[in-house]
Design a protein around this ligand. Structure first.
Ligand SMILES: Cc1ncc(COP(=O)(O)O)c(C=O)c1O
Length: 508
């Protein structure tokens, strides 16, 4: 292989026993970028060359590149190849703090075994520098969030709050917020609980972390839907748990399939209202099968309803928790998707027997979520603004998915078939021209689109070729632009010249 600048120091072969070659390669390349041997702006070695060098498939290298690109370490330039990013994600961190992305040799050296396991498989989301970009899937319509109203309520709460709210707060969360959440999930999702069972968390991710630390021992088997949510898999792996991938079909996670193989489970993680990432709803009979089985096995079920409020058609199905007679289900919800990401507030509805343990564990970590911010959210809910906002967003998102489906039907016929999501903030576009989704996604990202290939969410079993497209946070014009870019990516020609990007850039 022709040597590229700064690349000759990489080992010539992959280490023996590297479990997942793409992860190893990604970590090595990231370390080379961070230590400056692969310089900012320099051309990356070719995927073909790397594949030859490490005797792996080009797809393996492409996956490593995809992750580096998603994390912001490399970027594509049309027609000219892939380059190290000029601005690295770590730039936004203080120089003295360790990097969030932990490359193997450099910043993982002093870690404990637990620390090494916990950081081995983590991909962090880069901080947003703009909003509304096609087809970012993890942001709601932030531009439509009622900022004036929020700031009025914030001002009022901060001015009028009794001084006790400036003191130590409750580990379980601010009591009026817990009450408001219990009422809301009861009426909107059929969840059966009282306020004492609600634990306010820093989003779903923290709830998953508490669950993993309190309910799982190293080696414990955890069933994950395959394809499934990597954010959950990372947390369970970090706790040393053993991930057991279980395929999904049109009715949801395939309990019988796993049972026939005599797979045991300490915990099942599931997204029944809107399967991540396929967008399917778990059938009632599958829900009952799961609950009966979990009760018989004393298995915990974690029900993650991260965007269940947004249903556009079909009958809404109540939460799995509403059918649970045995106290096996932990129900999770988050305001990061219902309101805005940086709010970092979510909640867990716990079986009664777990409440004290979770409150104690919370006290050991960050004690509690910021009380004044919780009080603002409580007012926002109690004054009816939350329900109004969710209703409004449901209409906006329903319009946006229709725009996306229609634009795709017009421009991408025979190439990409965009499913009309029944719920949620993202949908699947099935690749119909026979290409591998990783290849399509890589080319789309090099054209500035933000999207993932369905294969990136496959844990063990191959997923069909598809793209995961977010639509909720993107204005109709941006969705149409995104479709034009996808048409260019798949056909190689523009219909009316390259479309201009109209996303809201933040003032520098
Ligand atoms: C399946 C799933 N659960 C939960 C979340 C949200 O997690 P958090 O509340 O930590 O932002 C996401 C975010 O994308 C998700 O996709």
């Amino acid at each position: 292989m022709a040597k590229q600048e700064g690349f000759h120091d990489l080992p010539l072969t992959a280490p023996k026993g590297a479990k997942e070659l793409w992860r190893w390669l990604r970590d090595e390349l990231r370390a080379e970028i961070l230590n400056g041997r692969l310089k900012r702006g320099a051309r990356m070695p070719s995927t073909r060359g790397l594949a030859r060098q490490y005797q792996c498939s080009r797809g393996t290298v492409v996956v490593a590149f995809d992750h580096l690109r998603a994390e912001g370490y490399i970027e594509g330039k049309r027609g000219t190849g892939t380059f190290v990013a000029l601005e690295l994600p770590d730039d936004s961190l203080s120089a003295r703090r360790p990097a969030v992305h932990l490359p193997k040799q450099t910043s993982r050296a002093g870690l404990s075994n637990r620390g090494r396991i916990a950081t081995e498989h983590v991909v962090t989301l880069p901080p947003s520098r703009s909003i509304g970009k096609a087809f970012r899937s993890y942001e709601p319509a932030i531009d439509l969030f009622p900022v004036d109203l929020w700031s009025r309520i914030s001002g009022r709460v901060v001015r009028r709050a009794p001084r006790s709210l400036y003191g130590q707060g409750d580990c379980r969360g601010y009591a009026p917020l817990r009450k408001a959440i219990a009422e809301y999930v009861g009426s909107a999702r059929g969840v059966r609980c009282d306020a004492d069972q609600v634990l306010v968390t820093a989003g779903t991710q923290q709830a998953l972390d508490l669950i993993a630390r309190l309910l799982l021992d190293p080696g414990d088997p955890v069933w994950m839907e395959d394809p499934g949510y990597p954010g959950a898999a990372y947390v369970f792996r970090a706790a040393g748990a053993r991930i057991v991938p279980v395929p999904v079909d049109g009715e949801g996670i395939r309990i019988d399939w796993a049972r026939r193989r005599r797979h045991q489970a300490k915990l099942v993680y599931t997204t029944p209202a809107n399967q991540f990432p396929l967008g399917l709803t778990m059938s009632l009979s599958r829900r009952l099968t799961l609950l009966h089985w979990a009760m018989a096995q004393s298995t915990w079920i974690v029900e993650d309803e991260y965007d269940a409020e947004y249903r556009y058609f079909g009958r809404p199905v109540s939460a799995l928790q509403s059918l649970d007679e045995s106290g096996s289900v932990i129900y999770l919800g988050t305001f990061t998707k219902m309101l805005f990401n940086s709010l970092r507030l979510g909640f867990a509805v716990l079986p009664e027997r777990l409440v004290d343990a979770f409150a104690a564990a919370r006290s050991l970590t960050d004690r509690h979520a910021p009380t004044l911010q919780q009080a603002v959210l409580a007012e926002f809910i109690l004054e009816g603004h939350f329900a109004h906002h969710v209703r409004r967003m449901r209409q906006v998102y329903a319009e946006r998915i229709s725009v996306l489906v229609e634009a795709a039907r017009r421009r991408l016929s025979g190439l990409l078939e965009v499913a009309h999501a029944a719920s949620g903030m993202r949908t699947i576009a099935w690749v119909r021209n026979g290409e591998h989704d990783l290849d399509v996604a890589q080319r789309a990202r090099s054209q500035g689109l933000e999207l993932a290939a369905l294969s990136q969410f496959a844990i063990r079993y191959a997923a069909p070729s598809g793209l995961v497209l977010g639509f909720a946070g993107c204005a109709p014009a941006e969705l149409r632009r995104g479709v034009d870019v996808l048409a260019f990516v798949l056909e190689g020609t523009w219909e009316n010249g390259p479309p201009r990007q109209k996303v809201r850039k933040e003032a520098e």
